[in-house]
Design a protein around this ligand. Structure first.
Ligand code: DOR
Ligand code: ZN
Length: 348
């Protein structure tokens, strides 16, 4: 039995840090094991839409990194593309350090009420072309909301749009974020090498039953919603297959307890505090621990065309009880025992 594993520091290619005080709680939890995190722009009250927002947000994040992680953790900044975004805004955001842009189709998730409406309009395609010219990536929340369409069907309904984008922009690197269905996995596989997908740790262990099948579990509620067992099998297979099109994007999404445990609770699963341990457990169950390092630190870096992190972390086989709360935020698997523990967070 494997007792210890050494992994490169992670690239978490999909991370929500929020703004303000909460940064001091959440940033150090990720910087403990990640070399980089792609930071999502759906912040409130100020969303990250242009160059000034990028500069403002990066400074806040940098200030929240603990001094002993400062040289081993770097945030990768993004902007959100909305109907109003112009190529000039994309160019300016790039100069301010943004490496990718995120699209939320309007209304499909937390803080997406001003999201984009027509992803295939001439104006949208022009904006995406600017990303392509700059070597930036397009990150997509791949769900489509329509009347009389169940929440479980939203990812599948979006896939024709993804296919169209990949066809019209064959050199733009596009990431289908947090893929959650077998048909999503198959679509990404069928498209060119410019299309990849992130997979979260919680989508590797939850089905819809874990959200609403045994009482309502607000801390498992997220978008895209976890699906069925066949989808779960397809995600585990994709993550552990060694296919470089699939890499880690945790979508760790902190919300205060009272925003989750209420009527009309917020969507998002806070996995940051347990991410390496949870993934080690998942990959071990699939008998694929040998493929974990590529999933968390190699394939994402290759797709983003950035050098792999050279520092490492060490996990040991020791049971560990997940804390009940981090400054008012309930983590995934709160109070449960995990079989792995982080024993060294920065090996040179
Ligand atoms: O569950 C989710 N939470 N999905 C998203 O797409 C957004 C995220 C958040 O910001 O809380
Ligand atoms: Zn997200």
């Amino acid at each position: 039995m494997t007792e210890q594993i050494t992994l490169h520091r992670f690239d978490d290619m999909h991370c929500h840090f929020r703004t303000g005080e909460i940064l001091k709680t959440v940033v150090p939890l990720t910087s403990l094991y990640a070399g980089r995190a792609v930071v999502m722009p759906n912040t409130r009250p100020r969303a990250i839409l242009d160059a000034d927002d990028v500069t403002w947000y990066r400074e806040q994040i940098l200030a929240a990194i603990p001094p002993d992680h400062r040289d081993c953790f770097h945030p990768l900044m993004t902007i959100e593309i909305r109907n109003e975004t112009t190529p000039a805004m994309v160019y300016a955001a790039y100069r301010a350090g943004a490496i990718a842009a995120k699209v939320y189709p309007r209304g499909v998730t937390t803080n997406a009420e001003h999201g984009m409406e027509q992803l295939l309009s001439a104006q949208a395609i022009d904006t995406f072309r600017a990303l392509d010219e700059l070597g930036m990536l397009l990150l997509i929340h791949g769900e489509r909301d329509e009347p009389r369409l169940l929440v479980t069907q939203r990812e599948e309904a979006f896939l024709p749009t993804l296919q169209q984008l990949a066809l019209q922009l064959p050199t733009l690197r596009i990431v289908l974020e947090h893929v959650s269905t077998r048909v999503g996995v198959e679509t990404v596989r069928s498209l060119g090498a410019n299309v990849a997908a992130t997979i979260t740790a919680h989508h590797l262990c939850l089905t819809l039953n874990d959200v609403i099948g045994n009482g309502v579990h607000p801390h498992h509620a997220c978008m895209p919603t976890p699906k069925g067992f066949d989808d779960l099998d397809a995600l585990i297979e994709a993550a552990t297959s060694g296919d470089p099109k699939f890499f880690l994007g945790s979508d760790t999404a902190p919300h205060l307890r009272e925003k989750k445990e209420c009527a009309h609770g917020a969507c998002g699963v806070f996995t940051a505090p347990i991410l390496p341990m949870l993934l080690a457990d998942m990959f071990e169950r699939a008998d694929r621990l040998d493929r974990l390092d590529d999933f968390v630190s190699r394939f994402g870096a290759e797709f983003y065309r950035i050098p792999r992190n050279h520092r490492k972390i060490v996990l040991g086989k020791r049971s560990w009880c997940v804390p009940a709360e981090y400054a008012g935020i309930v983590p995934f698997k709160a109070g449960e025992l995990l079989s792995w523990q982080l024993i060294d967070s920065c090996v040179c």
